[in-house]
Ligand binder design. Structure first.
Ligand code: NAP
Length: 673
């Protein structure tokens, strides 16, 4: 019953008896949580000394593969988490958001990491900058993993997803995690960490768990550590100002609470699909996880003339919501996490009602037979003065939303901005002009905006779902963050450094071909080399070929591309760029391929595309061309094969570049046999 911390590879049993954590429905004790301060210094030291080096000994593809195995491992064992998650008051559907959502986020990072990150441990960021008049001094940005740990301080409402959405990008970046979950639901996080530890998949020290009192938790943070907070705006403000965070410029992110809005467009009158979508979306957001979602809709803006219709429709919709024991399959909405949380919500509702009236629900209604549970019905508040203060300032973190009538779409950006920065807003409208003005007018105050209409409704993931590939976070009150979601979350755990030097230096540091660096013409054609044999900089310089007028005529006739610049002498002579017949750009590409291709079967399996193609100088009949093909980057895709990116330059007789591009090929990982 007494929850244990997982520190330095050992489960630690606290010496005190701990305080009880209670089932949200029955009030029975489900676990005990220590009141002794957590061993933060030891965990951070182990993360830095053991976890970090172990992670950095792997490269991006290896870490992505481990994440994939971890996501599958958790998916296979999710029933164990579902079982204890009921005690938090969550229904099975609520738990899916947390548990499947968490494991799914790990799998999403695994797949993005495998597809988008290079081999090795260095990410090259942006283009090469020429810093001198010649080409001998250049600069480029690189990202490398921070050498500390990320300390997660998490909120109670997502005990699994909250940890995994941060663990996955940190792990991929090569940075160990130390997790401090919120007390109320810490037993679910502990079970999840046990599943992870039992898997043996993660290198030692890459994940640790701290359960107990937070006294001194942040004291040992250094400038190489990160602090990643999720919780209320008030706690975020306190942690941001912690002396250790301030003194060492600790990289700090906060995903805090916010008063998210949903807007009904003026076109969405009763009877339209959008009206229905709005009512369903607001009701769903109020009741999923009993409204304990940072992204839940708190402010529902509707045209004043439709406010009564919306109120009535929401009343009908919310009346269908069966509140009760989350273990009962008929239940649509379970309990709040604790009686204390219910008290906090009732008090917030009291402040909201001062500005208006309670339109739906009774905060004091009990649930017969479940008197010890933290139940509340859905509560809709109506505030007719859309500029009243409380709806834009008070977060009731439960099944609560406020209906606010507006008097014209021009008001809306200002009304939305009264929330002082939100994670998400949604607009339900089929009027593209309204949508465009509102999205652009409100974007600066929001991390994410969902537009919902009958076209996208079927596939829409909904207002309240942060997605692993999109920004999660928002300005101002929402925490000022945008670091979670997508590759930016991985890069957030890495330091961006500008490296200056010669092209040879940049190539050696980045492992990426750098124009101007020494190239090596290989004895064998590089198309005869497998991924394991090829080196960055391996080059072939082809023989030359003269482009004839017959070539151009033949290509025009053969392909049907008879554009006048290739076929009509008089018209081509008038062309200000060409002043005469020129070869097709695609002919140059084709001839270049004919020059550099090595035809016999070998490690090169396929040509998969071209990037950054530019035709830089016209080629006229009689001109001579040759190609220089250099291995620029190698990215493993599967154990059997990978992508090779070739830098290609097509030159004329004077060595002027006539075409430049990057050629992509799939190549076998190992030599044949
Ligand atoms: P909270 O009271 O702010 O607590 C969040 C975390 O901070 C807990 O783990 C808490 O642990 C810890 N904490 C508090 N004071 C601390 C201190 N001085 N030093 C170190 N740690 C400290 O929030 P909550 O009640 O758990 O969660 C609900 C809130 O989180 C809501 O406002 C919701 O909107 C927000 N939220 C935001 C997001 C998002 O992604 N933006 C997601 C989920 C929830 P102790 O209690 O042990 O101190």
């Amino acid at each position: 019953m007494l929850l244990e911390s997982w520190v330095a590879g050992r489960w630690r049993t606290p010496e005190d008896e701990g305080l009880p954590l209670r089932d949200a429905t029955t009030g029975e004790e489900v676990a005990r949580l220590s009141t002794t301060p957590v061993p933060a210094a030891e965990a951070l030291a182990f993360a830095r000394d053991t976890g970090g080096p172990a992670l950095r000994a792997l490269d991006f593809p290896q870490r992505a593969a481990i994440l994939k195995a971890l996501g599958l491992h958790l998916m296979e064992r999710k029933e164990q988490l579902y079982e204890i998650s009921f005690a938090t008051g969550a229904t099975r559907r609520d738990s899916a958001i947390d548990i499947d959502g968490g494991a799914g986020t790990v799998l999403s990072y695994a797949s993005r990491g495998r597809r988008e990150l290079p081999a090795g441990n260095v990410v090259v960021d942006g283009a090469l900058e020429r810093l001198g008049k010649g080409a001998s001094f250049v600069g480029r940005h690189v990202l490398t993993p921070m050498r500390g740990a990320v300390l997660q301080v998490n909120a109670f409402n997502f005990p699994v997803w909250g940890m995994l959405e941060k663990l996955a990008p940190a792990f991929l970046a090569g940075v160990p995690s130390v997790v401090k979950p919120a007390p109320q639901t810490a037993y679910v996080t502990e079970r999840c960490v046990r599943l992870i530890a039992e898997s043996g998949l993660l290198p030692e020290g890459s994940l640790q768990l701290l359960l107990g009192d937070v006294d001194g938790l942040l004291d040992g943070l250094t400038g190489q550590d990160l602090l990643s907070f999720t919780g209320s705006a008030g706690t975020a403000a306190r942690l941001r100002a912690h002396p250790a965070v301030v003194a060492s410029s600790v990289r700090f992110t906060a995903e805090a609470d916010s008063l998210n809005a949903c807007v009904l467009g003026p076109d969405a009158r009763p009877g339209t699909p959008e009206f229905e979508l709005f009512v369903r979306e607001v009701a769903r957001e109020m009741t999923a996880k009993a409204g304990q979602k940072c992204t839940a809709i708190r402010r529902a803006f509707v045209p004043r003339g439709l406010a009564d219709d919306v109120e009535e429709s929401l009343r009908e919709q919310l009346a269908k919501v069966v509140v009760g024991d989350p273990r009962d399959e008929a239940t649509r909405m379970g309990a709040l996490v604790s009686l204390e949380q219910r008290d906090a919500v009732r008090s917030a509702v009291g402040r909201l009602v001062e500005d208006g009236r309670l339109a739906v629900g009774d905060p004091d209604a009990g649930l017969p037979g479940l008197e010890r549970g933290a139940f509340l019905p859905p509560l809709l508040i109506r505030v007719d003065d859309a500029r009243a203060r409380a709806p834009h300032a008070v977060e009731a973190f439960g099944p609560v939303a406020t209906l606010l009538p507006y008097d014209g779409v021009a008001q809306l950006p200002d009304l939305l901005a009264l929330g002082a920065g939100s994670l998400v807003a949604s607009v339900v409208s089929a009027d593209l002009d309204v949508v465009r003005d509102l999205v652009l007018g409100a974007a600066a105050h929001h991390g994410r905006i969902l537009v919902l209409d009958s076209t996208s409704a079927k596939e829409s993931t909904g207002h309240g779902s942060p997605l692993p590939v999109l920004v999660h976070g928002g300005p101002g009150r929402a925490g000022g963050g945008e670091e979670l979601g997508g590759m930016r979350a991985v890069f957030h755990h890495m330091q961006r450094t500008a490296v200056q030097g010669s092209p040879d230096v940049l190539q050696a540091v980045t492992g990426v071909y750098t124009r101007g660096a020494r190239r090596e013409e290989t004895e064998q054609h590089p198309f005869r080399l497998s991924m394991s044999e090829l080196r960055i900089g391996d080059t072939v310089v082809t023989a030359s070929r003269t482009v004839t007028r017959e070539d151009v005529d033949h290509f025009a006739e053969f392909t049907g591309d008879t554009f006048y610049a290739h076929t009509d002498e008089a018209a081509a002579a008038e062309n200000p760029l060409f002043g005469g017949i020129v070869a097709h750009g695609y002919l140059i590409l084709s001839l270049a391929a004919g020059l550099f291709v090595d035809p016999a079967p070998g490690p090169v399996l396929a040509n998969t595309g071209l990037d950054r193609l530019r035709f830089t100088k016209p080629v006229k009949p009689g001109d001579t061309i040759r190609a220089v093909l250099t291995c620029a980057a190698k990215t493993p895709r599967t154990p059997q094969q990978g992508e090779v990116r070739w830098d290609v330059q097509v030159l004329d007789r004077e060595d002027a570049v006539v075409a430049t591009y990057e050629l992509l090929t799939m190549v076998s990982a190992q030599p044949r046999g």
